[in-house]
Write a protein that binds this ligand. Structure first.
Ligand code: SAM
Ligand code: SF4
Length: 351
């Protein structure tokens, strides 16, 4: 097989490496996204409803001991990268302690965080000291009114403060932006100029049907190709970067003057399911094999048995995750005529 990313062409009957997380299509799972909370301090229209009936209570959240154990088991099965997310992960109390405990796991190469940046400047020192290696900060606009319209809250200045703190830290920093055609398409070029000034890579993510309002509509999606045309019109031809990691969802480019970098994550217009290496663990302790999956595999009762019940072995935990991997579909199916979005929205799954 010349192209390892063409998983759909791999035989479902190929022998699987023992202990590793390989699905029916030959995709090897080395990346785990851990949601640590479904709570958030803003209310992005493309993610959350305006009014939330309630976030998960503390006792329904997977505890740090359980997360650390689960990650250790999965590192033993080939996972090399963990990304902490949410909801807003910085709303989980003592997150830096979790980072510190994860960083002690032998074999885990990257501990990354995705955040809206609102609480970042206060927490960054603890996260860096704990061993965080990478951070993605979401920023969709540089205009306060548009920030308020998108997030239904104030606070752009705090996000920018957080980005500044990250840039001055030793972390690998990226900015994630999502453009909605009728709201912030005009922010595309100013965001590029801003990221270039900071010397930070900016990635545009296409709007996916994962919003709680169920208002996703193809007309609002601004494709990566369209954004690329806009950017090239202003900043000149983009130079493709070699894909060092085939499972990387982003198509990354340099600017011809060498300043900054840009990437396009285009799950709607150019799905990358065939090279997906990601698993997800929700804040309430359920494994998912895809953002758009309909099924979840619960581990919280195994990790945190009720009084009088017996705990589980690491092998039992791994068996649940393997069942989850075994049921992964070839693709997310967004463009199928019978596509239905999952019951949970992005903030409840973990982006
Ligand atoms: N609260 C953190 C943040 O906003 O960065 C982490 C969780 S958030 C769900 C992770 C990422 O998902 C953000 O970059 C956000 O823009 C993206 N996101 C949320 N809803 C989305 C949607 N419907 N389609 C595409 N990306 C989405
Ligand atoms: Fe909160 Fe992130 Fe969802 Fe925005 S995208 S509402 S910041 S979880």
């Amino acid at each position: 097989m010349n192209d390892p990313t063409r998983a759909s062409e791999l035989s479902a009957n190929q022998p699987r490496p023992i202990g590793s997380l390989v699905d029916r299509f030959g995709r090897i799972h080395t990346s785990l996204r851990v949601s640590v909370t479904d709570a958030c301090n803003i209310r992005c229209t493309y993610c959350m409803p305006e009014k939330v009936l309630g976030f998960l209570p503390q006792d329904r959240l997977l505890g740090f001991d359980s997360i650390v154990r689960m990650v250790r088991v999965l590192v033993g099965a080939g996972v090399r990268k963990v990304r902490l997310t949410g909801g807003e992960p910085l709303m989980r109390p003592n997150l830096s302690q979790l980072v510190e405990r994860l960083s002690a796991i032998c074999g885990l190469e990257q501990i990354a965080l995705t955040t809206n940046g609102m609480l970042l400047s206060d927490q960054i020192d603890g996260l860096v000291a704990g061993g965080l290696t990478h951070i993605n900060i979401s920023l969709d606009t540089l205009r306060e009114p548009a920030f308020r319209q998108i997030s239904r809250r104030d606070g752009l200045d705090r996000v920018l403060e957080g980005i500044q703190a990250a840039v001055e830290s030793p972390l690998h920093v990226r900015i994630n932006a999502l453009l909605l055609r009728d709201i912030n398409l005009e922010d595309c070029l100013p965001l590029v100029a801003y990221a270039r000034k900071l010397g930070v890579v900016l990635r545009f993510i296409e709007f996916m049907p994962l919003d709680a309002n169920r208002s996703w509509n193809l007309t609002q999606v601004v494709s990566g190709a369209e954004i690329r045309r806009l950017v090239e019109g202003q900043f000149g031809a983009l130079v493709p970067q070699d894909r060092a990691d085939a499972s990387q969802p982003s198509r990354d480019f340099h600017f011809s003057d060498g300043v900054g970098g840009i990437g396009f994550i285009s799950p709607v217009s150019e799905p990358f399911c065939s090279s997906c290496n990601r698993l997800r663990l929700t804040a309430d302790g359920k494994f998912r094999n895809c953002l758009f999956g309909k099924q979840e595999w619960e581990v919280k009762p195994l990790l945190e048995p009720s009084p009088g019940q017996v705990g589980c072995t690491d092998e039992e935990l791994l068996a649940v995750v393997k069942a989850c991997v075994d049921h992964k579909h070839a693709s997310h199916g967004i463009s199928d005529s019978d596509f239905q979005p999952p019951a949970r929205a992005m903030y409840q799954i973990g982006g």
